[in-house]
Design a protein around this ligand. Structure first.
Ligand SMILES: [Zn+2]
Ligand SMILES: [Zn+2]
Length: 264
């Protein structure tokens, strides 16, 4: 069986705290994950760097994005072109499908964040084309502050024709892999087949919760606001803090190439 975490945020999200190389270093050394997806909010700016570096760290990376649809957050996977935020769920699904991608409903009906309702999900599954794209639901999201929001996701997804997935929704390194998805095989192609045939299994290894937000996330986020992120220069070197002057503008898609900036 392979293990995947299909929902990870980097500093290319406005609320992420870890650089792409740090995510790869941490994942390869501290988790059993075979596959990860980088799913920053409404941007794919970190994806190319992640895919370029992944082989050095012995990992496989799926290009993805957490898209803010008009009805709530949706994970687009196997996609390389950005889709604007604010479109309807159906329109967003069709655009993901046009580029050969698949989608997973992120943290459905979770409190405190923009989430799809199960009514929205069911109506998409009734749509003749959208249903071929919306192949999965997060039955476990490790990044919720209100951890009880996972309960309706488990109950309501049990009766739907979808793959049930677990993901971390990590915004800090230590959360990566806390939610994960088992699938037959070990590679990205195996995972794609498993998602389409609903042969995935949910794994939960921990929650963020309110206390972790205070002790884990808030300090990292404050450092980010000051321009510091966790960095890794090479798989053989340790994680360290690096100052990046353009951090505050990264998520606005106009900061230039962070990767080049740090390696030049
Ligand atoms: Zn979300
Ligand atoms: Zn997220």
């Amino acid at each position: 069986m392979g293990l995947a975490d299909l929902h990870i945020h980097s500093i290319y999200s406005h609320d992420g705290t870890a650089s792409i190389p740090a995510i790869l270093k941490y994942t390869s050394e501290k988790t059993d994950l075979d596959v990860i997806a980088i799913t920053d909010h409404d941007t794919l700016n970190g994806v190319k760097q992640a895919m370029d570096l992944a082989p050095k760290y012995g990992l496989q990376v799926i290009p993805g994005c957490e898209i803010s649809t008009a009805q709530g957050h949706l994970l687009g996977l196997f996609m390389n072109n950005r889709i604007p935020a604010g479109l309807s769920l159906i329109e967003t699904l069709l655009r993901i499908g046009e580029q050969g991608g698949l989608a997973i409903a992120a943290h459905p009906e979770a409190r405190g964040t923009s989430s799809l309702s199960f009514e929205d999900i069911r109506s998409a599954l009734d749509h003749p084309f959208a249903r071929q794209i919306l192949v999965g639901v997060e039955a476990f999201n490790g990044g919720l502050i209100y951890t009880r929001s996972n309960t309706p996701a488990v109950v309501n997804s049990a009766h739907l024709p979808v793959a049930r997935t677990g993901n971390s929704d990590a915004h800090i390194l230590s959360m990566i892999g806390k939610g994960a998805t088992y699938f037959p095989g070990t590679g990205i192609d195996d995972l794609r087949i498993a998602l389409k045939s609903h042969q995935t299994h949910v794994a939960s290894f921990g929650n963020l919760g309110a206390s972790q937000v205070i002790t884990g996330y808030v300090p990292q986020f404050l450092l980010r606001l000051l321009g510091w992120t966790i960095w890794n220069n090479d798989p053989s070197e340790p994680l360290k803090y690096a100052r990046i002057h353009s951090l505050s503008t990264l998520s606005r898609n106009r900061a230039g190439d962070l990767y080049q900036q740090m390696t030049s």
